[in-house]
Design a protein around this ligand. Structure first.
Ligand code: NDP
Length: 296
């Protein structure tokens, strides 16, 4: 069997098209322009690229984009002051503070300062709790993107055994909540899990969010399983020339593709969905802040 490649890039493009329609409707029918503020502290090159992409795509779907670039030596107090200002700004419906922050700033303090109604990353305890009990609000972007791809590929997820590898607050834990809500039987594996290959062999759905290049081997995959590879790892690529690198996921894609029913590539799988879901969350928060029912 050769797995179907799940085209996250195309799916994200279609999703952005639907988001642009929602934005146009909010403007035309309610006079609301959803606004997303992105804050970056320092000059980490990868973060700069992410933030530039987020700002560009925000504008492309017709939302207002507010970019705040602060120097690496910005104090925690000054960053908190900016977050408070954005909390109070009626033109801002979503606040994203790009992680990681410089070491002298306590990221938890910053996250807790974000008004939950504008927390489009779904990092605040209030929103994490809402996801857990199924109340409307923003949903963690990467897990939401994975869920959308799985639903599109498999239809109903009910009764499927999902094995999530990784238990971070960013990906693994919220992914488990979302799959539970879709009536999967969920196993969350992590670095202390025993016999990981055997655990994964039981999975109808594998979500790999580990951060270890190509760790999950082809013969760990149950024939026909759907494999969602969240990992983004840069490895040496001497075949491209000296000093060159390439991106790979947490799954050995070539080997897993021989066994799986469907699989996301890296790049071009989950990554593009994350930003699209950030935009979807901004439409959700803009709607809820204005007392409207968010689009489903
Ligand atoms: P974290 O480092 O926060 O978490 C990694 C998880 O993997 C931990 O729960 C850890 O277990 C587990 N783990 C580590 N080693 C093993 C092992 N040998 N066997 C089983 N489990 C293991 O990473 P993130 O969740 O933030 O990110 C995971 C990956 O996803 C990274 O490559 C990251 O770059 C990528 N990512 C991609 C995104 C996208 O948009 N595509 C968005 C976010 C992340 P333990 O808890 O026991 O330490």
């Amino acid at each position: 069997m050769t797995a179907k490649i799940i085209d996250g890039k195309q799916f994200a493009e279609n999703l952005r098209g639907r988001i642009a329609e929602h934005v146009a409707r909010l403007k035309a029918e309610h006079g609301i322009t959803p606004g997303l503020a992105v804050v970056i502290v320092g000059e980490d090159p990868a973060s700069q690229v992410y933030v530039a992409n987020k700002a560009r795509q925000t504008a492309e779907v017709g939302m207002a984009s507010f970019k705040h670039e602060l120097p690496a030596d910005t104090s925690e107090a000054d960053l908190l002051t900016l977050v408070h200002r954005l909390n109070a700004d009626p033109a801002v419906h979503g606040i994203l503070v790009q992680m990681p922050l410089p070491k002298h700033i306590d990221a938890n303090k910053i996250i807790e300062a974000i008004y939950p109604a504008k927390d489009v990353d779904c990092f605040t305890p209030a929103n994490v709790g809402k996801v857990q009990i199924g109340l409307p609000g923003p949903v963690s972007c990467t897990p939401l993107g994975c869920l959308m791809l799985l639903r599109a590929e498999l239809g109903s997820l009910e009764g499927k055994h999902a094995v999530i590898v990784g238990r971070s607050n960013l990906v693994g834990k919220p992914m488990a909540q979302l799959l539970l809500r879709d009536n999967c039987t969920v196993t969350v594996a992590h670095s202390r899990t025993q016999n990981l290959p055997d655990v994964i062999r039981q999975a109808d759905i594998v979500v790999a969010a580990v951060g270890r290049p190509q760790m999950i081997k082809g013969d760990w995959i149950k024939p026909g399983a759907a494999v969602i590879d969240v990992g983004i790892n840069r490895i040496a690529a001497p075949e491209k020339g000296e000093g060159k690198t390439r991106l790979v996921g947490d799954v050995d894609t070539a080997a897993a593709s021989e066994v799986a029913g469907a699989i996301t590539p890296v790049p071009g799988g989950v990554g593009p969905m994350t930003i699209a879901c950030l935009l979807a969350n901004t439409v959700t928060t803009a709607s809820l802040i204005n007392g409207l029912i968010p689009p489903s």
